[in-house]
Ligand binder design. Structure first.
Ligand SMILES: [Zn+2]
Length: 344
């Protein structure tokens, strides 16, 4: 490795990333996160980027605020809007050497194959009823399978011949019996919601839990996107509807927008900007209009919305904020009689 690379890389990051500062004795650079709104203090960021020391030392990135992490490579530089051919080429050589030594296991940014099927129709029917009742819908099991609903974790792992579990077998059994899930864009993360009143182990005794199917370490594509077709020959902006969780976006797609053409997605515990950066900088979709349906809490407050607006501005992409102002409701994950939608 070029001996000067570490210093060159630090200088490059400091020059190109907002609020960037060296940290941990110049073994890291900390800056404003590219995937979330980060903190309100304009001088203080939470995204840490490690500086390679040897020629097989990858540069990792991790945000302490939204927990988005991965390895820096040419695609990440493009995604962050700071591509530099020389830096990208050295990082590529380092990553190759690191991969040969097994240092990058789990960091490959792959989209996995996934076969979605429900064998136990009776239990799937109960979970489908839970979703339909909550949202005032009447979707069939097969329609939900199309929307990447995972009815039973054990069955899903079996169907896809995944024999290595990332949690204890007893936990997997309880998740299978008591939770219904939604599969991420990269077919690796399942965002599960508890749908029974049965007691479960403390570590999963929450409303939402995540299951990491392949023990993937790069989580920049863990958002949930409903599969769909988009006609690019029509000269109108493609509407992108983004909500906090899968229940919100299901209700928005079926109850509010009546399945109108568009992209429907939920950030599922990541951040809005991470999803938009993926659409704009990775998929190069500029001719879109963004509709955000935030929760009425700190994840969807004006600071976060303004951060997205600022991010979209140079692309001249219009953005609309939709809120559910029905008394006592904080989001859109409910039936239409409990939604009073205002657009800001
Ligand atoms: Zn972040």
């Amino acid at each position: 490795m070029d001996n000067d690379f570490s210093e060159k890389y630090i200088a490059f990051l400091l020059h190109n990333l907002p609020a960037a500062k060296p940290a941990a004795g110049r073994s890291e650079v900390v800056c404003k996160c590219k995937y979330c709104a980060d903190s309100r203090d304009p001088r203080h960021g939470h995204m840490y980027i490690s500086i390679p020391n040897t020629e097989s030392d990858p540069s990792f990135h991790y945000c302490q605020k939204c927990h988005t992490g991965g390895i820096v490579d040419s695609r990440k530089l493009i995604e962050w809007g700071i591509y530099d051919p020389e830096i990208a080429s050295v990082l590529g050589t380092i990553n190759k050497a690191a991969a040969a030594m097994g240092k990058t296991i789990g960091y490959d940014r792959v989209v996995y194959d996934f076969m979605n099927y429900a064998y136990d129709r009776e239990s799937a029917q109960l979970k489908a009823k839970y979703i339909n009742d909550r949202l005032g819908l009447n979707l069939t099991i097969d329609e939900m399978l199309q929307e990447k609903v995972v009815f039973n974790l054990s069955e899903a792992l079996y169907t896809n011949r995944i024999n290595t579990y990332t949690r204890h077998a007893n936990i997997i059994k309880q998740i299978s019996d008591n939770f219904v899930g939604f599969l991420s864009f990269d077919n690796n993360f399942v965002n599960f919601r508890k749908c029974t009143n049965n007691p479960v182990y403390q570590s999963i005794d929450k409303r939402y839990i995540n299951y990491n199917i392949h023990d993937k370490k790069d989580n920049t594509e863990k958002f949930y996107v409903m599969p769909g077709m988009h006609d690019l020959s029509v000269p109108t902006r493609i509407p992108v509807h983004v909500a906090e969780g899968p229940f919100d976006i299901l209700s928005i797609k079926y109850n509010l927008r009546k399945k109108a053409n568009g992209i429907y997605a939920a950030i599922s515990g990541s951040a809005y900007k991470g999803l938009l950066i993926h659409l704009i900088n990775t998929l190069k979709m500029y001719y879109i209009e963004v509709h955000v349906y935030p929760d009425n809490d700190e994840h969807g407050d004006d600071y976060v919305m303004n951060d997205i607006k600022t991010f979209l501005k140079p692309y001249m992409i219009p953005m609309y904020v939709h809120r559910n102002i029905y008394p006592g409701q904080k989001d859109f994950g409910v039936s239409p009689d409990k939604i009073k939608e205002v657009i800001i």
